[in-house]
Write a protein that binds this ligand. Structure first.
Ligand code: PLA
Length: 460
């Protein structure tokens, strides 16, 4: 492993040349902004020529407008729609039966405790984050009895929710792991290829979903991972696969584990929905625990966005399970070198909420009850939507709605049908036909069923 820290000669030359280029760009921008604000008009002294639109030349004139994000852009479009019946089933964000965002009671209680505790300060956290939070997060995903934890073989760092944990893990692998190819399922969460690609990994896909059966293409998965180069990284959704809602069975996980270990592939779990799939935190962590228990190495990115409803607090953790305590501590030292220049150290508030809940037996208990209620409400939405389509006689087999797991249903609707539902029914969802079941309520199910029925019968 090479040390990323001892690079002062090249680093200083890099920083001086790049800072002068950056300075030039910054100065040009500042001149431009100052000129506009001084003159309050388009003609400014610092930038005598005009760009193609008659506006003063900008150093960013060459930029083309980027498209909105395929998931978060759905919310942008939704927000612009004045219709009173509009429904946002795009982003995976939990809503109550009344269609409102939910802050868990146990989270409110933890926040109150934190506010009332005047001994709490706002000092910087260490680079790796809040120590209690890290220990409790590893325990939550790997299990209290995990041998890897007991043997100090797990290195955990607090990161910016699931996305930040994936990114730190990816940057670490790009710097320190010999294989730069990562296999991601086809399809997968739309941000995965970007996170891994921008970190410097080379992204390939393995077959995962079979549109014909609306289930797992298990044979395809085994073939593709079986022909991956030795050592390749494999991204696995720990549970509640996004967007398909299709997970391997425990028996299939075991076969995947054997294949991955026999080829010395490196598993990287994305655990964004622990507790949301089944309502049970342990059951949803089973896939990860199978791998951690066999003594081999793996990475796990955890998010508390969904299971604690801490979306905007950006709380998550990256754990790297290593072969020995010595390796784990060296891994941690290198993770710090990844994090420090990226965002220095993570925010304190969300991690304090999580640590407060996880370390108190009664609060933990309260959390599991609230989590189960969210998971059960989502499951009941599946049944209600399925029943509503059946009672309308909507053509097609919709049993996948009740078979799929987690926050989303991968409906099988095509992008034209989705566009039709948005235009005619003001229902917003991603163009791949994914709907967030967590955004539905008994009140809105009939509207969605009407829209699906119309789309299926009127749009090919
Ligand atoms: N991994 C998977 C599989 C996800 O679905 C998401 C979120 C994340 C990681 C990242 O979550 P976090 O950074 O907020 O912890 N996916 C959402 C939101 C819910 C999004 O796209 O950002 C989705 O609608 O798909």
């Amino acid at each position: 492993m090479h040390g990323g820290g001892n690079t002062s000669p090249s680093f200083s030359s890099f920083s001086s040349s790049s800072s002068s280029a950056a300075d030039r760009r910054l100065n040009a921008l500042v001149r431009h902004l100052e000129g506009s604000s001084l003159n309050g008009s388009r003609s400014i002294a610092a930038s005598p020529t005009s760009g193609s639109h008659g506006a003063p030349n900008s150093v960013f004139d060459h930029l083309v407008r980027a498209p909105e994000d395929p998931i978060l852009g759905v919310t942008v479009a939704y927000n612009k729609d004045p219709s009173p019946v509009k429904l946002n089933l795009g982003v995976g964000a939990y809503r109550t039966e009344e269609g409102k965002p939910l802050v868990l009671n146990v989270v409110r209680r933890a926040e109150q405790m934190l506010v009332n505790d005047s001994s709490r300060v706002k000092e910087y956290l260490p680079i790796v984050g809040l120590s209690d939070f890290n220990k409790l997060s590893a325990k939550l995903i790997l299990g209290a009895d995990s041998p890897a934890i007991q043997e100090n073989r797990v290195s955990t760092v607090q990161c910016l929710s699931g996305t930040g944990s994936l990114r730190v893990g990816a940057e670490f692998l790009a710097r320190h792991y010999h294989q730069h190819t990562i296999y991601i399922p086809q399809p997968t969460w739309g941000n995965h290829p970007k996170v891994f690609g921008l970190a410097g990994l080379s992204v390939k896909t393995y077959r995962y979903y079979d549109p014909a059966t609306r289930g797992l293409n298990f044979q395809g998965l085994l073939e593709d991972l079986g022909s991956a180069p030795s050592g390749a990284i494999v991204l696995l959704h720990a549970c509640a696969h996004n967007p398909t809602g299709v997970d391997p069975t425990i028996h299939q996980w075991e076969q995947i584990r054997q294949l991955i270990r026999s080829k010395a592939l490196l598993p990287f779990f994305d655990s964004a929905y622990q507790g949301f799939a089944s309502g049970n935190l342990d059951a949803d962590a089973e896939s990860v625990r199978m791998f951690a228990k066999d003594g081999g190495e793996c990475l796990v990115a955890q998010s508390y966005a969904k299971n604690m409803g801490l979306y905007g607090e950006r709380v998550g953790a990256l754990s790297i399970v290593c072969r020995s305590a010595d390796v784990a501590s060296r891994v941690e030292s290198q993770l710090k070198l990844v994090i420090r220049p990226m965002y220095s150290n993570p925010p304190i508030h969300g991690a304090s909420i999580v640590a407060t809940i996880l370390k108190d037996r009664s609060m933990y208990q309260e959390w599991t009850i609230e989590l189960k209620a969210m998971a059960e409400r989502i499951i009941s939405m599946r049944q209600q939507l399925f029943d509503a389509l059946r009672s309308r006689g909507t053509p097609g087999d919709w049993s996948h709605i009740i078979k799929q797991i987690g926050m989303f249903t991968f409906t099988g609707l095509n992008s034209k049908q989705v566009a039709f539902m948005t235009k005619e029914y003001h229902i917003y969802m991603t163009s791949d036909g994914r709907i967030s079941m967590a955004g539905l309520s008994s009140r809105t199910v009939p509207h969605l069923a009407d829209a699906i029925h119309a789309a299926v019968t009127r749009v090919a």
